[in-house]
Design a protein around this ligand. Structure first.
Ligand code: FAD
Ligand code: A2P
Length: 374
């Protein structure tokens, strides 16, 4: 082959990665928009299907090496660099309590504490992101003389921690208490956590979980449905979105709409309420905050007001948001709320001519429905 011909051929080959990339972008754009209508899932296809297949017609003419960089970039799973299990339950990190204070107001039911641990002694670093959980190993032994099994708790702070220094982790813990045979039973780990004092040492494992992570896109819309301590991950999200020092630190400038639905038995039980009211007053275009106060407010049927009643009340707006592929829904708190939320979503969806039993798995597959209940 003459020198000039070689140059022409090589020049042509050099464009192949660009062409592959171009076809890939078109395909991705098309399939994402079509997801809600067709049930095909653009996001999971992006991860699961081989990008080499998507680029097949071009690949046939292309040298194998030219397609390789495109494949590597497209195959990377979302959140693949989020840390998990840095500290396993068998080899936990020992953190030090720095704060432990009540997040309830006068007249509230029960005991709920905000507890912060210093992680600065961790080696390797105990890094985590918003939406992850950690394991706590309560001191002492169980009835069989064995160490207590770890209990999971959602992390309530952002990756920068409440002090923004990136070396603490906070939890929001309700003490489990119930009556049995006329006796008050206290939950092992929640009681241990709620009674800690600054300076106490605590075994912590994790971080764990990728179910509740926030999307990377600054213009996402985030609908949050929380009951009780289910607010913990939402507090981390809301701080990430609206706390001024957080915004300065991470350069992630949330531009979407956030909507928090919070369920609590009494006004005095609304957790972090003043912070959320403050964010709402500072960012009225970006944050809505709707409360369901079960023992003070009544639903339409005269029963306790639960968040699913609020979902029904705002069904039209919620579903308009869900139709937007940039909207994610997060559900956290009591396991018992899931059937109620499903029922409300079914009713709300059918008013829009949609079938929730079909739509929910699609949202989930697309990574837009995030639920963690306990
Ligand atoms: P235990 O001593 O383990 O007692 C619990 C057991 O008591 C139950 O398994 C049940 O057998 C029994 N029991 C409970 N209630 C009753 C009842 N009414 N009547 C009879 N028996 C009963 N909790 C938080 O406070 N904050 C969080 O952010 C949080 N996040 C979590 C995240 C995840 C992913 C998960 C899975 C759980 C989360 N939890 C959270 C719950 C937490 O892990 C513990 O389950 C909870 O604190 C109770 O643990 P305990 O050791 O105090 O209770
Ligand atoms: P209630 O206890 O009045 O029935 P907390 O964890 O602070 O107790 O808050 C949990 C909130 O969730 C309470 O307002 C509680 O109401 C409410 N709740 C209880 N059961 C359900 C359910 N099945 N669906 C939705 N909310 C519920």
């Amino acid at each position: 082959m003459a020198y000039s011909e070689t140059k022409v051929v090589l020049g042509g080959l050099a464009h192949i990665p660009i062409i592959i990339g171009f076809f890939y972008l078109i395909r991705r754009q098309y399939s994402f928009g079509a997801m809600l209508r067709t049930g095909k899932n653009a996001l999971s296809e992006k991860v699961k299907s081989s990008p080499a297949k998507a680029a097949a017609p071009v690949k046939a003419a292309a040298p194998v090496k030219a397609a390789a960089p495109v494949k590597a970039a497209a195959a990377k799973k979302p959140h693949s660099d989020v840390p998990v299990n840095t500290y396993k339950p068998k080899a936990p990190f020992t953190g030090t309590v720095t704060e432990n204070y009540s997040v309830l107001k006068e007249g509230a039911i029960g005991k709920v504490q905000h507890i912060t641990f210093d992680l600065s002694a961790a080696d390797p670093d105990f890094k985590y992101v918003e939406g992850q959980s950690c394991g706590i190993l309560a001191a002492g032994e169980d009835a069989k003389g064995k160490p207590h099994r770890p209990r999971l708790y959602s992390i309530a702070s952002t990756r920068y921690g409440d002090n923004f220094a990136g070396n603490t982790l906070s939890l929001c813990v309700r003490q489990l208490q119930y009556e049995k045979d006329g006796e008050t039973i206290n939950g092992v780990c929640s009681t241990y956590l709620c009674n800690l004092s600054p300076g106490d040492k605590v075994k912590i494992s994790g971080p764990v979980g990728k179910e509740m992570l926030l999307p990377d896109e600054e213009d996402s819309n985030i609908i949050m449905l929380a009951t009780g301590t289910g607010i913990a991950p939402m507090r981390a999200y809301l701080r990430r979105m609206f706390e001024p020092t957080e915004i300065e630190k991470h350069k992630w400038n949330f531009k979407g709409k956030a909507w928090l639905f919070m369920g609590a038995p009494k006004t005095a039980n609304l957790l972090y309420d003043a912070d959320f009211e403050h964010y709402k007053s500072k960012f009225p275009e970006n944050l809505k905050y709707t409360k369901a106060i079960s023992r003070e407010q009544k639903n339409k049927k005269g029963g306790r007001m639960y968040i699913q009643d609020r979902v029904l009340e705002y069904a039209e707006e919620i579903f308009t948001m869900i139709e937007n592929p940039k909207t994610h829904i997060y559900l956290c708190g009591l396991k018992g709320m899931e059937p109620g939320i499903d029922e409300a979503m079914t009713t709300a969806a059918s008013a829009k001519g949609l079938d929730w039993s079909e739509l929910r798995p699609k949202l989930r597959k697309a990574g837009r429905w995030h639920a963690e209940t306990y």
